[in-house]
Design a protein around this ligand. Structure first.
Ligand code: IMP
Length: 178
C-alpha cells in the first residue's frame, strides 16, 4: 500500500516496515551493551509506543522488566503551567535504571514532562529511547539516549501512531498529503 485514507485525510508511504525494524535493531543492540547488569525497568508510554515497545522487547536479551504508563487526559496545574499526570506506574523505582520508551519526540514537551515526573520518584537514572525524533519541531532540551530515526516536521501515522484514533495498526509509516 503506497497510499492510505484515514477519515478525511490521505497519507503516503514514507518509512517502510523494514527501515523501522532496522532502527529498532540498532536501538536494541545499543541497549544490550549499555544495560548489561543493570536490571532495567522499561516504561512504555502509551498509547503510541505499544508497537515499538513490542518489537524492541523481543530484541532485548538482558534481564529486564516492562511496565506501561499513560499521561492522563486531565491536565493538572503545576507551578510551570499545565502538566499531564503520569498514571499506571505502581512499581517502586527507587534506585533503579529506568528506560522510557516513546514512539516519537515532536515538541519534546511530553517526554520532558514524563522524565521530570519519573525522576521525582527516586530512580538511579532515567534513560530515554524514542523510535522517531523531529529535530525541527523540538522546543525542549531533553537528552535522548536512543533515537531510531530523525524525521522531517510532517504529520505521520502508522506503527502505533494515530490520526484521531486511526492508523495505529499500519505496519509502515505514512506522511500526510497536504
Ligand atoms: P510532543 O509532546 O510534541 O513531543 O508530542 C508527543 C506526542 O504527540 C507523541 O507521543 C504522539 O502521541 C503525538 N505526536 C507527535 N507527532 C505526531 C505525528 O506526527 N503523528 C501522530 N502523533 C504525533
Amino acid at each position: 500500500m503506497s497510499r492510505v485514507k484515514l477519515l478525511d485525510r490521505e497519507f503516503e508511504l514514507s518509512i517502510p516496515e523494514e527501515k523501522l525494524l532496522k532502527a529498532v535493531d540498532q536501538i536494541a543492540e545499543k541497549m544490550n551493551r549499555d544495560l548489561e547488569g543493570k536490571n532495567p525497568l522499561m516504561i512504555c508510554v502509551l498509547n503510541g509506543s505499544f508497537m515499538f515497545a513490542s518489537d524492541l522487547m523481543k530484541r532485548i536479551d538482558v534481564p529486564c522488566e516492562i511496565s506501561f504508563v499513560k499521561l492522563s487526559s486531565y491536565e493538572g496545574t503545576g507551578t510551570t503551567g499545565k502538566i499531564k499526570q503520569l498514571i499506571g506506574l505502581n512499581e517502586d523505582i527507587k534506585g533503579r535504571t529506568v528506560v522510557l520508551l516513546e514512539d516519537i519526540v515532536d515538541t519534546g514537551l511530553t517526554i520532558a514532562n514524563t522524565v521530570k515526573q519519573v525522576s521525582e520518584m527516586g530512580p538511579a537514572e532515567v534513560k530515554v529511547a524514542t523510535l522517531l525524533f523531529k529535530p525541527e519541531a523540538c522546543k525542549k532540551e531533553v537528552t535522548l539516549d536512543y533515537v531510531g530515526l530523525e524525521i522531517p516536521n510532517d504529520f505521520i501515522v502508522g506503527y502505533g501512531l494515530d490520526y484521531d484514533g486511526y492508523g495505529r495498526n499500519l505496519k509502515n509509516i505514512y506522511t500526510v498529503v497536504e
